[in-house]
Design a binder for this molecule. Sequence first.
Ligand code: URA
Length: 434
Amino acid sequence: MRMYDLIEKKKLGQELSTEEIYHIIDGYTKGEIPDYQISALLMAIYFNGMNVRERYDLTMAMRDSGDILDLSSIDGVKIDKHSTGGVGDKVTLVLGPIIASIGVPVAKMSGRGLGHTGGTIDKLEAFPGFNAELADEQFIKQVNSIKIAVTGQSKNLAPADKKLYALRDVTATVDEISLITGSIMSKKLAAGTDAIVLDVTVGDGAFMKNKESALELAKSMVDIGKRANKKIAAVLTNMDEPLGFAVGNDLEVIEAIEALNGNGPEDLMTVVYELGSQMIVFSGIETDKTKAKELMKEAIASGKAFDKFVEFIDAQGGDSSFAKDTKKFKPASHIVPVNAETDGYVHAIKAEAIGLASMSLGGGRETFDDVIDMAVGIVLNKKVGDEIKKGEPICYIHANDQAKIAHAEEMIRNATVISPEKCNHMDLIIDIVE
Ligand code: URA
């Protein structure tokens, strides 16, 4: 099989066979096919796409490029949850303990933040001593004993994706549905759970900027999951403004703890309940989503969900006294309001720019090697649809370096639209694909 011929085939919009796709992924993972030929192929896929059968083969070939976790020794229906990324997205921190406290086994592999979006692993490392690199046996043992474990992606999970993603990133071929489907679903399938609930974010701060493309991606991923015999659903959620009020690592952890104690922001909780009820239904513990949401509310009200969070942090070596007393998180040295310059209603607080403003304060990474300042970030005081008076804070900047405040403030002002007309709060749940 000549790589030249396979590129030519895709360039002409023809189908690649299962064998050809495996040959490409296998050869590239082993370093036998050079980057320049794969780059050309990626661009041909970008323009000509892949049909469902090709997408499935691509996903499976990428899954099979490394280890596949065997979770069969964990009792019950093991469930993973994945978000396509957002700003202020602390859903896993809240959702995981709630549903684990109801008895649903949560076996979750999470990532670190990059660019304007945050990552769950970074947030969990806010707890001193937290170990986010569990060995497979430890991961399985913990899910069996306390129903929840969260670990970083193991090194040999879908290695083809690591190479392909890096190449897509520098060849302007990231935003293509077949390639995104293969990338996300290969990792989810290699992670070995029985069920997957996808949070496909839509809007300014998301990967998918509009409903149509998000829906196409959601359908594509759900389709591949079903072909692989997984229980799978995708919830399209709004990411035009940050989720909740807090953006930045420690700040988001504190907000998540508040949520577990019954004081979560409405938008965050709407997403948590929607995803969680789907997970509970998949687990078989409850068949009705409304009743599943009630179970989740009870878990918060009774303190069971918070207790599970503490147990989970302890189990992974973290200092859970920070969860019991969030004042232990060292605040940033400067907390500065950004005040409204006019009366009116908030029409936009653009998520991507808020994420970038937090990153400019040191709260995010430009490259994987950057070190994060855990204390910095932005805490919103208003959400889209709220009324605001001149001089009232839109948000507070939490900074450790005074020199960075003016630039962050400018970014926030450019990201915020206040005008005299009334405006509705945002609808959080845009669509569900099952
Ligand atoms: N997230 C991934 O893991 N892969 C993509 O291709 C896009 C988002």
